[in-house]
Design a protein around this ligand. Structure first.
Ligand SMILES: [Fe+2]
Length: 225
């Protein structure tokens, strides 16, 4: 059994297509979307539709709720591109889910708004924010949101980040995560893509908010806004 977990596509069409091609050779039994299909990049309608077509299970991210729910007046660019039907879908996504796999109970969520940015937290805060909840104690947590993939342990279990398909920080490639069983394997997939093509998509769209920061992020992986 193989599960793919992915998120943070953020309107980056070249990165999403590169990930699609890579996953074609690694067929999954189930694909989970962990939030942030839209926002930041110029192709949010494309990445929103891609998620709906290629994933089986869905969790919303802070950008999905913010744009889908018209929370921020400066997001009009994305509202115009997405239209009411996609925005309704985005704002109604569930915020977390549970997955039983390889004998472990995984808690799955995007990050914000369920928890603040976990990468900025101490181990103890991370543990308290993820493993022990009102729904019980989990064996592992998988989230997205930070745009930086990792697999590590806390005192009581695993904590993992899928990384980002379209807006990776640190290493500007497209990332996602694989779970396989017998025995449990957890893998970060790192897929090169045409970063210059992603930058060019933004250069062609003068209305894209924070366009220069976006171009810098896709070319260098340095957080810029
Ligand atoms: Fe994100």
């Amino acid at each position: 059994m193989r599960i793919v977990l992915l998120g943070d596509l953020h309107g980056n069409r070249p990165a999403t297509l590169a990930m699609e091609a890579a996953l074609r050779d690694i067929p999954a039994d189930e694909t989970w979307f962990l939030g942030d299909a839209v926002g930041k990049g110029p192709s949010s309608a494309f990445t929103c539709d891609w998620v709906r077509e290629h994933c089986d299970r869905f969790i919303g991210g802070n950008w999905d709720y913010g744009i889908g729910g018209k929370e921020f007046p400066q997001d009009g660019y994305y509202w115009n591109q997405l239209g009411p039907e996609r925005m309704q879908w985005l704002r109604n996504l569930p915020s977390e889910a549970e997955l039983s796999f390889a004998g472990l109970r995984f808690r799955l969520f995007h990050g914000r708004p369920v928890t603040p940015l976990l990468t900025a937290s101490s181990d103890r805060e991370m543990l308290e924010a993820t493993m022990a909840t009102e729904q019980g104690v989990y064996d592992a947590a998988i989230f997205a949101d930070s745009h930086r993939p990792f697999i590590r342990t806390l005192n009581t279990g695993y904590i993992c980040n899928t990384g980002s398909i379209g807006n990776s920080l640190g290493v500007p490639k497209a990332h996602c995560m694989l779970l396989e069983d017998c025995p449990l394997r957890m893998t970060i997939l790192s897929v090169p893509y045409d970063n210059e093509a992603a930058a060019e998509d933004a250069r062609m769209d003068p209305d894209l908010p924070h366009r220069d920061a976006w171009i810098r992020e896709v070319l260098t992986g340095e957080y810029s806004r």
